[in-house]
Ligand binder design. Structure first.
Ligand code: SAM
Length: 280
């Protein structure tokens, strides 16, 4: 099958797609893989624009992908952007050792020598000496539960210019909502929004993402929330894009605290949003 028939980008490596099992050894593609490829290329389009906007530097751009999994995104980014650029580094952060080993082996086979894979958690990444003090772009795609929050914390500490987040399932906040439900129901009719267990989970997810956006705004980012088109098969297709402006804002911080108070979640501030106090 030709690159055109597959909607590949100019210069895109068919060999890489075979290695990622998106294409079969014979170069064929099934429906599932076609969808996966379309999704990753769609996301690539967003990130490529951000990379092109970065100021030029001798070392080139740095990107850290949290909860990298099989590193589809990292490999495609390297193949289509970093390879031709001849500089810049992609770091994959992943807790499953076997996926890290496979990614390392694949990068070595392909000669993608500016791809580094770290077998550590997103929470540990900001303290790891293998990562530089500054990272230009932080990505986290369906990084489980609070790994997205850890990626945000990492981005803040590394003064990231951009964060690209597609949050996954979220349990932490729903658990707190569940605990406070009886009290909340007696206090406010809004608690009806999370009376039923399914709604508690959905509300927990929604509120988590709202708080993440406010947090990023409070910490000096301009935030856009959109839908990751082409990800229709997944319930989790919210794309949060944050761009560093350097202007910390008081209003989102106040709003956040008000929301945390309203939902009885004040204890989360110290755990999840430590940088909030720096601006108060
Ligand atoms: C749903 S997969 C997504 C993989 C990949 N980003 C993608 O979109 O194809 C989530 C990955 O995050 C990893 N993970 C979960 N919690 C993590 C954490 N705290 N730090 C780093 N990786 C984590 C899991 O092992 C898994 O490989």
């Amino acid at each position: 099958m030709s690159g055109d028939a597959l909607d590949l980008r100019p210069g895109q490596s068919v060999e890489l797609l075979k290695e990622l099992h998106i294409l079969t050894r014979e170069g064929r593609i099934n429906q599932d893989s076609r969808r996966k490829l379309k999704q990753v290329l769609h996301l690539y389009g967003f990130i490529e624009k951000l990379l092109k906007e970065l100021p030029d530097s001798d070392a080139g751009p740095t990107l850290a992908d949290h909860g990298a999994g099989k590193s589809y995104l990292g490999f495609i980014l390297y193949d289509l952007y970093f390879k031709q650029l001849g500089k810049g580094t992609i770091y994959g952060v992943e807790t499953r050792a076997e996926l890290v080993d496979k990614s390392r082996a694949l990068a070595a086979r392909l000669g993608f020598d500016r791809m580094k894979f770290l077998n550590i958690s997103a929470a540990a990444a900001s303290q790891d000496v293998a990562l530089p003090d500054h990272i230009d772009v932080v990505t986290a795609l369906h990084a489980c539960d609070t790994a997205t929050d850890d990626a945000i914390d990492f981005g803040l500490r590394k003064h990231a210019r951009h964060l690209v987040l597609v949050p996954c399932c979220q349990a932490e906040l729903a658990a707190s909502l569940r605990q406070n439900k009886a009290l909340a129901l007696s206090r406010t009719p809004l608690a009806e929004l999370w009376r039923h267990p399914l709604h508690t989970r959905e509300m927990g997810s929604q509120l988590t993402n709202v708080l993440r956006c406010l947090y990023l705004e409070a910490c000096g980012y301009q935030v856009t929330v959109t839908e990751l088109v082409g990800w229709e098969h997944s319930m989790k297709n919210e794309l949060i894009l944050a761009r560093w402006t350097g202007q910390r804002k008081r209003a989102p911080a106040d709003r956040m605290r008000a929301l945390l108070g309203e939902f009885g979640l004040e204890a989360l501030e110290a755990i999840r949003y430590p940088a909030l106090k720096l601006g108060s």
